[in-house]
Design a protein around this ligand. Structure first.
Ligand code: 13P
Ligand code: SF4
Length: 357
C-alpha cells in the first residue's frame, strides 16, 4: 500500500496487479461455470468499464450490464433480478441499493472504495456545508451515502454540466464536492458561482499535460479523449471531454484511426470491441513529479477480481449464513437511505427528462 491525501485527508492506496490472462479454453470454461452460478441464484452482474476485461466479459455472458456510473444506477433500478452483484467501487453498490431497497446488492469486496469518497468524510463535509447555508449542495456520485444524504443534488460526470447549468440559470449558487478538477471544469463550462472542495481522483490527476502535448504532436491523426476528473491543462488538450460512456461513444463516432485516452485503461476492452480497426493509447502519466500510484488503472476497481467474485457467488449459492453474507452485502441505514434517495432521484429524473427531449 502507498499513501496519498486529498483535501488534507490521508488514506492508503492498495497495491494491486492484474492476474495473467487465461488461455482461451480455460477462460471459456470459467465464464461458462460462473454464468451457471449466476443463473442458479437469480443474480445479475453490473460492471463498470474500469473492471478487468474478464469481469466485463462475464457481465456480457450472463446478460448483465457494463456502463458508466449513471447507467449502472439506472440498470440496477430496472433489472428484474432479485440479487444484484456490483463490480465497481463502493459508492456504485450503495447507489444501487438506495435506488432499489427491495433488492439485495452484493459486491466482490466491500473494500473497493474511491479516493474521492475517502477524501470527503461526512463530518468535515457537513461543517463545510454549514458555513455556506446560502448555497445549493451538489455532490458527485463518488461519495458515501452519508455525504449524499447532506446534499440537494447528486450528479455523475455525464450530466454534471447540464444540472449545474440548470441550477445556475435559476440563480442558484453552488457548493460542489468532492472532485476539484471536475468542479473547475463545470464552473468553466457553466459560469456558475461555485465553491469547490479539493478532493481528487488518484487515477485521473496523474495525467500530464506537457507529455500529452508532445504525444499529440507525434500522432497528429489522434483524437484525445479526456475524463473530466483530469486536471484543467489536460482537459484543455481534449477533443472530447465526457463520462466513460460518452468517451466510448466518441471513440465509435469519430473517424480518427487512433485515440489517446485520459481515463482508466480498462475501458479499452469496450473501445477495441466496438472499433477493432482503431488504435487506443493511454495518455501519459509518468511526467516529471509523477508518482504513478495508479498508472491509468484504478487500484480499487482492480479489487474486483474473479477470485473475489467467486467468493460472493459461492457464499450466495451455498446458502451462507446471513452473518457471512454481510462480508459482501451493501447494507444502508434506513434513515440515511431515505435522505440520500432524494438527491439521487433528482439526478435520475433529470436524466430521464433529458433523454425524452
Ligand atoms: P463515470 O461516471 O464516467 O463512469 O465515472 C466514474 C468514475 O469513477 C470515474 O473515475
Ligand atoms: Fe474513484 Fe478515481 Fe477510481 Fe473513479 S478511477 S473510482 S474516481 S479512484
Amino acid at each position: 500500500m502507498s499513501s496519498d491525501s486529498t483535501h488534507g485527508h490521508r488514506f492508503m492506496i492498495p497495491k494491486t496487479s492484474a492476474p495473467p490472462p487465461l488461455p482461451p479454453h480455460e477462460k471459456e470454461r470459467l465464464i461458462r461455470d460462473l454464468v451457471q452460478q449466476f443463473n442458479e441464484i437469480d443474480a445479475t452482474l453490473v460492471a463498470h468499464y474500469y473492471t478487468d476485461t474478464i469481469v466485463q466479459e462475464l457481465a456480457e455472458a450472463c446478460g448483465g450490464f457494463i456502463g458508466d456510473s449513471l447507467e449502472m444506477a439506472r440498470f440496477g433500478a430496472q433489472t428484474d433480478a432479485g440479487v444484484i452483484i456490483v463490480a465497481g467501487v463502493r459508492f456504485m453498490g450503495e447507489t444501487a441499493k438506495i435506488l432499489s431497497p427491495e433488492k439485495r446488492v452484493f459486491m466482490p469486496t466491500l473494500d473497493a472504495t474511491c479516493s474521492l469518497d475517502l477524501g470527503c468524510p461526512v463530518d468535515d463535509f457537513a461543517a463545510y456545508c454549514d458555513k455556506h447555508p446560502d448555497r445549493t449542495i451538489v455532490v458527485y456520485a463518488n461519495t458515501s451515502a452519508a455525504v449524499k444524504a447532506r446534499a440537494d443534488w447528486v450528479v455523475t460526470s455525464s450530466i454534471a454540466v447540464d444540472v449545474v447549468k440548470h441550477l445556475h440559470a435559476g440563480g442558484e449558487k453552488i457548493l460542489w464536492a468532492p472532485d476539484q478538477y471536475l468542479g473547475t471544469y463545470i464552473r468553466n463550462e457553466t459560469g456558475a458561482d461555485m465553491k469547490i472542495w479539493t478532493g481528487s481522483c488518484v487515477v485521473h490527476e496523474e495525467f500530464k499535460a506537457d507529455e500529452l502535448k508532445e504525444m499529440k504532436q507525434r500522432f497528429p491523426d489522434a483524437a484525445v479523449l479526456v475524463h473530466p476528473e483530469s486536471p484543467a491543462p489536460v482537459i484543455a488538450l481534449a477533443d472530447v471531454v465526457g463520462s466513460t460512456t460518452q468517451l466510448l461513444n466518441a471513440s465509435k463516432q469519430l473517424p480518427n484511426p487512433l485515440f489517446i485516452v485520459a481515463t482508466d485503461k480498462a475501458i479499452f476492452y469496450k473501445m477495441k470491441q466496438a472499433s477493432p480497426d482503431k488504435a487506443f493509447y493511454e495518455a501519459p502519466t509518468a511526467g516529471e513529479g509523477a508518482t504513478c500510484l495508479s498508472c491509468a488503472h484504478c487500484p480499487w476497481m482492480a479489487m474486483n477480481t474473479i477470485d473475489n467474485l467467486k467468493k460472493v457467488l459461492n457464499a450466495l449459492a451455498g446458502g451462507a449464513s446471513e452473518a457471512h453474507l454481510t462480508d459482501f452485502e451493501i447494507i444502508i441505514d434506513a434513515d440515511l437511505a431515505a435522505k440520500a434517495i432524494i438527491p439521487l432521484n433528482r439526478m435520475v429524473n433529470f436524466s430521464s427528462r433529458q433523454r425524452q427531449k
